[in-house]
Design a protein around this ligand. Sequence first.
Ligand code: ZN
Length: 163
Amino acid sequence: MSYTLPEFLAHAIALEEEAAERYHELADMMEAHRNDDVSRLFRDMVRFSTLHHDSIVERAGTIELPRLRSWEYRWSSPPEAGGDEAFDYMLEPYNALRYALANEVRAMEYYSSVGLQTMDAEVKRMAAEFAAEESEHVDALEQWLARTPRPAATWEDDPHRGN
Ligand code: ZN
């Protein structure tokens, strides 16, 4: 799909707002369980997403933005969302980091695909810039994962986890 500038800005604003909210929840969750280091990381991510959000809003200025009907930019739900099990599951820093990583990868892929598909030069430029920013978040989360102990049960080896 070839986004126009207003469409792209509307999606990017929604995406960053969503990321900030989810990181805020994750940070609170980690903090409640004394995982202070990971909580701090998620607070940083809240700040990055908020700063990014604000700069996009500023860039949009007086441009009239469309109301979004699609929810594609939303973060995927945590595994087995809805049950208490999912919540317990996310209390493991490793699982929370993996969840965040999966969503950062989606954001990066989203921006890259917009950049490849759009006919608008300004959208192309911004999408490439945003994709690069997301890839830094992906790197940061991967580095954290590399030094976070892997719990007994993870997403991959959970037999109850559907695709
Ligand atoms: Zn990000």
